[in-house]
Design a protein. Structure first.
Length: 70
């Protein structure tokens, strides 16, 4: 594995070749995003795209930005 130093930060789904997506679903009191990761069967990226679109429609996050560090 050429990325051995960073493999600990990679989801097992991605390491196995399964598609996965991380999306923000809530925000902390301090305004930081709280995310969740969804995974699908091998080759089923379309399901994740549909899920992501539905979640963004229900809880738009495109324009949200965490507060700048001081």
């Amino acid at each position: 594995m050429k990325n051995r130093a960073t493999i600990g930060f990679t989801s097992l789904f991605n390491s196995a070749g399964n598609p996965a997506v991380s999306v923000p679903l809530a925000w902390s009191r301090s305004g930081l995003p709280i995310g969740v990761q969804f995974a699908a069967r091998f080759g089923d990226e379309a399901t994740l795209f549909r899920l992501g679109a539905q979640l963004e429609g229900a809880q738009p996050w495109f324009a949200r930005r965490p507060p700048a560090a001081s």
